[in-house]
Design a protein around this ligand. Sequence first.
Ligand code: 4AD
Ligand code: MG
Length: 430
Amino acid sequence: MENTYLSGIADYEDQEATFNGWVYNTRSVGKIWFLILRDGTGMTQCVVTRDNTTDDIFNLEKTLTQESSVSVTGVVKKEPRSVGGHEMLVKNIVVHQVAEKYPITPKEHGTSFLMDHRHLWIRSKKQHAILKIRHQVVKACRNFLDNNGFILIDAPIFTANACEGTSNLFAVDYFERSAYLTQSGQLYSEATAASFGKVYCFGPTFRAEKSKTRRHLTEFWMVEPEMAYYNLDDNMNLAEQFVEYIVQSCLKYCQPELKTLERDISKLENIKVPFPRITYDEAAKTLEDQGSDFAYGSDFGGTDETIISDQYDKPVMVHHWPAEVKAFYMKRDAENDNLALGLDMLAPEGYGEIIGGGQREDDLATLESRIKEHDLDMKDFGWYLDLRKYGSVPHSGFGLGIERTVAWITGIKHIRETIPFPRTIYRLDP
Ligand code: 4AD
Ligand code: MG
């Protein structure tokens, strides 16, 4: 088949070309009709007149339904007023399949209907734009890390270790024993960082989140850099550069998509280092001042996060957390053993926590006692403790949630539209 794409239509100006795609819609004005063709890379208007085509082709106007698959041949003309800046004067149309009545029409549909038809919904303009930005976010994450000396070393999905607490684990039968779907690749990245220095893992992670919020999925993607010889400050420096790079790449490469989504890009243009850094105590003080009923010592809920992030027009990093709300592996502050060297980055505009991380406990005896305090099974952590026996070093890392980052950059309220096929407590299909 001929593989020409509408994204490159300008190369065919005043020439004949064939484009394969789907019928976005058709519109008739008497002796002429228009077919808007989309092929995944772009859209163009195809003009069908009696003069240029046979009767059979001209009469296709009555047969071609929305989403019918076609190959259209014609001469490409510059037409600034047309979608994509060009149009095609049609000579021939090959019909591959006339689509059945398409369930998604331009009228309003409820989200649950659209989610039931997610496999088709992803063809629509807005969803298409979101997923293209997701692609750019992933590409930017990888480019940044690859260009800064990080080695990609992926972590397993089946694991015996609870990294982020035992309350939201997905257990699966694993032959004679039980295993969990990974909550985070971090523990493995700590091992690989001791082999490669600076590493990252990137993959799906799983949490049996029973909460039905617009920020939680049960399956989400996380990119997790881990660095030997990095302390909390080094970690924060990296996190802010990383996020600046991701946002600026989207601005550079995704202008049409951001426009489709009507995103206020001035808010994104402003995302440049340095980002504000505040301690948990300072964040708690803000909540108190703003009249929140938040209890000092607890984790921030969604509303609290929004109150904090609303104080800034950039992402804000909250560090030095009460140790009780953080995971067993967090290193404590040398000056105050009640504080963990954790770091959360909250996105602006109420998009919540996009990064969680911190400096890791590197002392063997301390780590052993934390594992006990957290009621975790020591035998599952033998290999992890080895890392503190054989050349233990200060080290840090973090995990950035891809979907929350995409939600923020695209300005989409609900995280479920930022992943091709979302998994939530009530959704396993499509
Ligand atoms: O803060 P979390 O739980 O941190 C970790 O898992 C660390 N082990 C990562 C590390 O240090 N290598 O999760 C990290 C990020 C959150 O900030 C959030 O962006 C995202 O993962 N996240 C979720 N995204 C969607 N749905 C959920 N249920 C999420 N839970 C966490
Ligand atoms: Mg977190």
